[in-house]
Design a protein around this ligand. Structure first.
Ligand code: NI
Length: 434
């Protein structure tokens, strides 16, 4: 079978390449799963591609990479709000999670993926359990993902913890599954849900099997205070002493960090995921993103789970990241549009060790979104990047292409039954909270 070849023409392209080029009235050619042309239009081009899509009046850019999520938590969206993190987690979330079934996780993952596709997210990172059901939803929907089994544990002696064993089995079954659309990480949840011997055990296994790790680190003042009381050092120092931090590690949050913590993150080349809305909603504080970026630390962007946000909209997350740093530093030049767009795209790709994503350039994977800007809130048109960060909303995303395949066209997700997914989600929510 010959490769499907698609030409996008007459587009305003936010490339997120090394020069942050914004191309006017340009073309992108897709051959199979890969971008094979970026540049000016010429009539010969149309003969080389099967499908030509006119993108006049539209922004074309790399799909968003949501670098921290718990998709099954979508089933708990708006179930328990306005509570402190530990109260919310231990008294509201964990008791319902105990009742979750593989079928409920599948329904919730479908709901989350549907929402993400509609908002232009083409790749996400996830940490939860019953991950084979999340993997199935990823496979069927056509989205791309980095998945990990959430690990909590006290053991570390002779018994092989069943959760870590599950993560290992999951890695063996699903790493590079669905034409490479899935990659697998290990997911030690945090320093407050895993003992130090257990963290070391995960780190050793990760090194031995060459598997990257994702973990929540220094999310709240309480977490840091309790860790110092128990171990005499901060969560970041503890994770480092366990051997968990390296250039492929994904550390979510990093809100409460001092200069020594920042030095460790820099030295170990750790990738940090900023989750501004989750941090705001849970009253966790503000991650010093400007300071981390100045230090040269790679910062990606994530929504966290839908029950602490409460949506998975990356356009909204970008805007909130920019606003939050401006308020926090009392400096309107903090986190300008080019930086925040990189966080949602190419920095996420680096953080997830997916180096062929996040840019519109020949040779990169064809994970591309088309945003309709023929609407009042985009006019007058001065600067496409500013309008993307400050004026857009997720309903403006019109077309989603992943791995060279059209997954959403004219706002209709072609791979999913939307009505069924909403119905199943409501049915499971009622069953679980009855
Ligand atoms: Ni999280």
């Amino acid at each position: 079978m010959s490769k499907l070849r698609i030409l996008l023409k007459d587009a305003d392209v936010i490339t997120v390449n090394g020069n942050n080029d914004l191309l006017k009235k340009s073309c992108i050619g897709i051959s199979g799963t890969t971008i094979d042309y970026v540049g000016d239009y010429n009539a010969d081009l149309e003969d080389n591609y099967h499908t030509v899509m006119n993108c006049r009046g539209k922004i074309v850019m790399p799909g968003f990479i949501n670098a921290h999520n718990h998709t099954p938590m979508s089933i708990l969206r708006n179930y328990a709000d306005d509570l402190k993190l530990m109260d919310w987690l231990f008294n509201k979330i964990f008791p319902i999670e105990d009742k979750l079934t593989p079928e409920a996780v599948h329904a919730a993952a479908n709901l989350a993926i549907l929402e993400m596709l509609k908002g232009g997210t083409t790749c996400f990172s996830d940490m939860y359990f019953f991950m084979d059901r999340v993997a199935q939803a990823v496979g069927d929907s056509g989205i791309r993902a980095v998945l990990s089994r959430g690990l909590q544990g006290e053991s570390g002696e002779e018994d092989l913890d069943y959760r870590l064993q599950e993560n290992i089995e999951f890695y063996k079954s699903y790493h590079h599954a669905f034409s490479g659309r899935i990659q697998v990480m290990f997911g030690p949840h945090s320093v407050y849900t895993c003992s130090l011997p257990y963290l070391k055990k995960v780190a050793n296994k990760a090194a031995q099997m060459n598997v990257p790790v994702q973990i929540h680190l220094s999310e709240t003042k309480d977490e840091v205070k309790n860790c110092i009381e128990k171990y005499g050092i901060s969560p970041i120092k503890l994770a480092d002493s366990a051997g968990l931090l390296n250039e492929r590690t994904l550390a979510a949050h990093c809100v409460v960090v001092d200069d020594e913590d920042i030095e460790i993150l820099y030295k170990r080349k750790v990738n940090v995921v900023h989750n501004p809305r989750s941090n705001m909603k849970l009253g966790s504080g503000v991650a010093p993103i400007g300071k981390l970026l100045d230090k040269g630390i790679n910062i990606a962007l994530g929504t966290d789970g839908a029950s602490s946000n409460n949506n998975l909209d990356m356009l909204g997350e970008m805007r909130m990241a920019a606003y939050l740093q401006k308020v926090f530093t009392e400096d309107p030049t903090a986190l300008p549009v080019d930086q925040v767009i990189k966080m949602a795209t190419v920095n996420g790709a680096k953080a997830l060790n997916m180096h062929e994503l996040g840019k519109i350039e020949p040779g990169m994977k064809a994970d591309i979104i088309i945003i309709d800007t023929e609407k009042a809130h985009y006019y007058p048109k001065y600067n496409a990047k500013s309008s993307l960060v400050y004026s857009s909303n997720s309903e403006d995303v019109e077309t989603v292409i992943i791995d060279g395949r059209i997954i959403m066209k004219d706002k209709e997700v072609l791979t999913m039954d939307e009505e069924r997914i909403l119905f199943d989600a409501q049915e499971w929510a009622e069953k679980l909270t009855k």
